[in-house]
Design a protein around this ligand. Structure first.
Ligand code: SAH
Ligand code: SF4
Ligand code: F3S
Length: 374
């Protein structure tokens, strides 16, 4: 019996797929790279932009011929995209050969649905779920081990679907995280440990007693073993001095910060509900550069947010020019159903968004080249 998993989206989703693989291997399935050889194919989906969803619809559609050849093939679709009830229904209705459609919170129960599918197609979307501490993992990222420290997000940036499909922020208990990392070190296969969360800087605020992210970092660094530690993603509004100090002082922590700015313009940042200003963001960057001179800094940007003017977009360009990032990701704003920005006026035409994203990427390329020539 063989399984094949197709993963879309962020690192957290890649790690979710490692959990799915663990569940499947516990059930006796073996991995295969070829869809044609699989007895079960699982799509772990992403909903962050429309393009991600379109790809899933296209690629799931392509499975029809495999199902024709192999009637016993099980096809399951799960993750952030199917957490949206309507999308899940639509997938079920469009593709009669899909057997299982579940949301993000049902994924730990994949084994149950595989059993249940003998009785008929399964569609179930749970609304909230606890973090499962006993799931087996099948780590697949070479000498890097991902460690989830929290799930969900409370920030409700107005463009973002994540809080709707991943639920409210829930931190894992520090003792469970430390135990997982000790086990990883003991295995001896991993050089790098990467902590994952949508907003790692707010780790532990929901625990009692509270634990700060900085103290979690310090406690992990005290563990014996030869490893480097990194984390993502940091939110500028919560990146506190004690975290910057920990990165600067702890040898094990990689001198790398992914600090998404999203925009360089204060009016747009406010509309995005990012809760920091351009000035505050630059203050943090300067602080990082002062305390960690060799720090690598990267960022995400959204261009063409509703009502963004050319001048406001130019503020993003000037921010990128000022910070001199090591690399950036640039995205065209994609309206997501149920978010505040979906119906904001005025939506920017696709051609304008495309022009802006190209301009931003061209600037980034130019800056990279200047860096290399230095
Ligand atoms: N939690 C992280 C990243 C979440 S998603 C953070 O807060 O930064 C990764 C990136 O996708 C975001 O940083 C953002 O730049 C982009 N993104 C999210 N929603 C988007 C949307 N509706 N349209 C375009 N890009 C989006
Ligand atoms: Fe989305 Fe904002 Fe949360 Fe990041 S911090 S996941 S962009 S709502
Ligand atoms: Fe990640 Fe996409 Fe979900 S970016 S959290 S897989 S919506």
């Amino acid at each position: 019996m063989k399984y094949h998993i197709v993963t879309y989206g962020c690192q957290m989703n890649v790690h979710e797929s490692e959990k799915l693989a663990g569940i499947l291997e516990n059930l006796g399935y073996q991995p295969t790279d070829r869809r044609e050889d699989a007895d079960i194919i699982v799509f772990n989906t992403c909903a962050i932009r429309e393009g991600a969803e379109d790809r899933v619809f296209g690629n799931v559609g392509n499975l029809k011929r495999l199902k024709k050849k192999n009637k016993d093939l099980i096809i399951a679709v799960c993750g952030c995209m199917t957490q949206k009830e309507q999308t899940a229904q639509k997938l079920m209705a469009t593709f009669p050969f899909v057997d299982i459609v579940i949301g993000t919170f049902n994924m730990p129960k994949l084994g149950y649905y595989i059993e249940a599918v003998k009785k008929g197609r399964q569609l179930e979307i749970m609304q909230e779920g606890e973090i499962d501490e006993v799931l087996p993992y099948k780590r697949t990222s070479g000498d890097n081990a991902w460690v989830n420290i929290m799930q969900g997000c409370n920030n409700f940036c107005t463009y973002c679907i994540v809080p709707y499909v991943k639920g409210r922020e829930k931190s894992r208990k520090e003792e469970n995280i430390l135990k997982e990392i000790k086990d990883i070190i003991a295995e001896g296969k991993y050089k790098k440990i990467t902590l994952l969360g949508q907003n790692v800087n707010s780790y532990g605020k929901d625990l009692s007693p509270q634990v700060s992210f900085a103290s979690l970092l310090r406690d992990i660094c005290r563990l014996e073993g030869d490893f480097t530690l990194s984390f993502m993603t940091s939110h500028p509004k919560d990146l506190t001095d004690d975290v910057i100090d920990a990165i600067a002082e702890e040898d094990k922590i990689e001198k790398f910060i992914h600090l998404p700015a999203q925009s360089g313009n204060n009016r747009i940042l406010k509309l995005m509900n990012r809760k920091y200003t351009r000035e505050k963001y630059l203050e943090i960057i300067d602080k990082i550069r002062a305390k960690i001179p060799n720090a690598r800094i990267t960022s995400d940007f959204i261009v063409g947010f509703p009502s963004e003017t050319e001048d406001e977009f130019n503020d993003t360009l000037s921010l990128v020019e000022r910070v001199k990032y090591d690399s950036i990701f640039a995205f065209m704003f994609s309206p997501r159903e149920g978010t505040v920005a979906e119906h904001m006026e005025v939506q920017i035409p696709l051609e304008v968004k495309r022009k802006r994203v190209n301009k931003l990427l061209a600037l980034e390329k130019k800056l990279q080249k200047e860096k290399e020539d230095d």
